[in-house]
Design a protein around this ligand. Structure first.
Ligand code: 5GP
Ligand code: MG
Length: 175
């Protein structure tokens, strides 16, 4: 973070709320009798996952994995590291991965591959935002909230050097 950083709101909170309601309706339709495991990718997804599960009124479980691809800057290193893997057996479970943003796709491609090897009954992806212009690896997003432009975003769980995750809106950070 630097003192000259400027923020402007790209997606206001009300639009995030209505987007999450629509996603929750689709997830409910597909998972309400499946006791799914919602798997958040730390840290960015914690806000979206918390918002999403509070719109889901059926039995489910929540788990997290932590991966890191970014250093402290705004560019992906291109390498993904599993910082905290799964502590739970997902064999035969319906796993729904919950992610804040899909950018190059490198993180998700790595994670979905890691999870597939654990033989879940089903494996799908729910992402709040997608930046398709930056994709380097194809990723199928089964439930998508919003398509966003190629800007560096913060807020609603997204950080810059660990700051701004608490902003309620999704904002563009301009240095
Ligand atoms: P990918 O591997 O798809 O390039 O990157 C996925 C991860 O990069 C996201 O989970 C997120 O942590 C980070 N990321 C990608 N784009 C942005 C962005 O615009 N802002 C922030 N704060 N993080 C981003
Ligand atoms: Mg992330």
């Amino acid at each position: 973070m630097n003192s000259q950083a400027k923020l402007h709101v790209l997606v206001p909170r009300a639009e995030i709320d209505s987007t999450i309601k629509k996603l929750a309706a689709a997830v409910t339709r597909d998972y309400n009798d499946k006791n799914p495991l919602l798997l958040g990718i730390l840290k960015g997804s914690f806000v979206f996952l918390a918002d999403l599960v509070r719109q889901l009124n059926f039995p489910l479980e929540v788990e997290f994995v932590r991966v890191s691809s970014y250093g402290s800057g705004q560019q992906t290193s291109g390498k993904v590291k599993m910082v905290q893997g799964l502590k739970l057996d997902v064999k035969g479970r319906h796993v729904l991965v919950v992610e804040d943003i899909v950018d190059t796709g490198i993180t998700l491609a790595f994670l979905l591959d890691y999870l597939k090897k654990k033989k879940p009954a089903s494996l799908k992806l729910c992402a709040l935002t997608d930046k398709p212009s930056r994709r380097r690896v194809p990723v199928k997003i089964d439930y998508l909230g919003l398509t966003v432009p190629d800007k560096f975003l913060v807020g609603c769980g997204l950080d810059c050097d660990e700051k701004y995750r608490n902003l309620p809106d999704i904002c563009v950070l301009e240095e």
